[in-house]
Ligand binder design. Sequence first.
Ligand code: GAR
Length: 229
Amino acid sequence: MAKATSSLADTPSSPLGLAVIISGRGSNMLAIARASQAGQLNARVLQVIADRDSAAGIAAAQALGLATQVIPAKSFPDKASFETALAEAIDASGATLVVLAGFMRILSAEFTARYAGRLLNIHPSLLPAYKGLHTHERVLAAGEASHGVTVHYVTAELDGGPLLLQARIAVRPGDTADTLAARVQQREHIIYPRVIDWLATGRLQWRNGEPWLDGAALRQPVILEEHES
Ligand code: GAR
C-alpha cells in the first residue's frame, strides 16, 4: 500500500534510483542518464528496460554503462503477464521511481496503482490537449499557435494523471511534424531531468493522491516558456 504522503527523497544524500522504460530511441533516457553521470542530478539510472528488441535506446544505454533489459511484450500471452514481468524487473532493480520515456504501451489500472506516486511519463503535447498519438500532426492540422510537452504522474487514465511541468513552444510558419518534434524534443531533455531533480531533492512530493511542489498543492503544471531555460 502506498503511503498517503511520500517524499522520494527521505535520505537526500543517497541518489534516487530510477528504472527507465523505453520503446524506441531513448533520447529522454539518455538526457536523464547524462545529467546523472555529470553530477547535475542526484538520481541514478539503475535499469533501462525496453518492451521490444528493436529499441535503439538499449545499445545507447549500454554505451553509457547502464544496466539494460529487454522484456519483449509480444512474447507474452497477454498484457497481465507482460506487466508482471515488467514489475518484477523494476522491483529487482531497486528503483524507487519509474520513468516512462517514450514507452508506447498503455498500462493497466493495476500496474499504475502499484506504482502510484512513483510513476512518471512524458507526453508530447500540452496536456490535457492532444492525448494519444500523432500529436505534432494534429496540432498542425488544427492550426494551433502553440504546442509543447508535459511531464506528468501516471494514473489509470491515459495521458490523464496530474500534470507537473510543461514546456511551451510556438508553432512557426512552415513547421512540419518533424520540425515541431525536433523542437519539442529539445525541451523534453530539459524538463524531464528537472522534474526528477524536484523529486530527488524532495521539492516534489505525492500527498494523498496529488502532487505538492515546494509545500503547496500543485493543481496546475509549472510552465516553461520558450525563452526560459
Ligand atoms: C518523446 O517525444 C516522447 O514525448 C514521446 O515519445 C518520444 C520518445 O522519444 N512519448 C509519447 O508519445 C508517449 N505517448 P525518445 O525515445 O527519444 O525519448
